[in-house]
Design a protein around this ligand. Sequence first.
Ligand code: UT7
Length: 388
Amino acid sequence: MGCTIVGCGKAAPSLVVTNDDIAHLVDTDNEWIVQRTGIRCRRIAQGESTTDLAVAAAEAALGIETDGPVGKSGWRCAHQGAAPLDPSSIDLIICMTISPDATMPSQAALVRQRLGATDAVCFDLNAACSGCVYGLSVAESMMAAANATRSCTRNPVKRALVIGAERLSRVVDWTDRTTCILFGDGAGAILLEWSDAPLGILSTFLKNTDDTDGHLTLGAAHGANPSPPFPIETPEARLSRAARQTDVLADAADSRRNASATPESGLDPEGFSPYIAMNGQAVFRFAAAAVVEAVEEACARAGVSVDDIDLIVPHQANERIIRYAAKKLGLPIERFQLSINASANTSAASALMALTDALAQGKLRAGDTAVMVGFGGGLTAGSVLFQL
Ligand code: UT7
């Protein structure tokens, strides 16, 4: 009995933005970007929302064909048959994103509504670029608990959709050459099913490290945390709260209206940066070590040798990180899925999109064993080992 992967899909906006296109915006060039990252182009949303991308990837995983501006492709395991799966049969939707269309309702709630997944419980999960492995791990745990003895004490979870979707172009500083060359938009989805087959997810590994120096941030407060808009009241002050309340609200609204973002600092009126900021070298060092550890740990937990892994599907942040990990693990680079050249870094979506690529390219087949690896902001890292 276990949690098996029965479908996956990916979706991307139609606009292809090349390195040469970005060289018109910032002081960079194609050669630098290719050599340092492996990225040749990325997809950038024009009108497409995170919801559009997420729904298209989910539909691809479910085998639902629809026409729309978002290009999508998918894979379904043989026993699913040709007919599309009814979204109302999904019990759980987890959406991983750092660029949702709204904070509330959750991205997963927006996807649920559009898909017509009327019986699904849904919520968002933020583990930055490690989202795919955290999402899979949480879904697998919920399924295992729901299908264990005394399962009647929990929501039933037989089918789950785990979706990573990002519109990072919205949170990228297009004047910062150290970050804007790296990111792209897209979505990936995996459909999980609880089944009697002794396949599926065989081990998971999650690890957090404090990002004490703020090496990778988005929407972070800079300097002192902005004060809450209302004063913390003493008991005396509370007595006159009713009288003061209207003034305080009016003052807070006024100061917000009057404050303007300072373009020099890139901060919004309350001191939060709306953009991704990264110390590339520090994150590179963390990531390179994290991939090696995550692969080794997932294998050790499943009792499988690293040599027996057919394919490693890592988060696509930098081809050099993946090549470093291959060397350290003593594996040929062909044993790693490389999709970064055409998709760039799509954060929580990237490994899910890369998995769909691997299946489309025939690098992964039924019965094969693979490890997905995530690493990124938090700092987060982790892996999921599964047999297809
Ligand atoms: O998904 C979340 C996880 N993210 C990651 O894992 C990303 C990890 N970091 C990286 O991938 C790399 O650190 C980067 C690709 C971001 C940067 O590559 P690097 O080899 O670490 O470059 P660097 O920061 O050491 O910069 C080298 C030089 C500098 O110039 P000087 O000081 O040597 O004169 C930079 O100013 O390259 C310069 N540079 C650029 N030049 C042309 C930085 N960005 C660019 C650019 N084009 N876009």
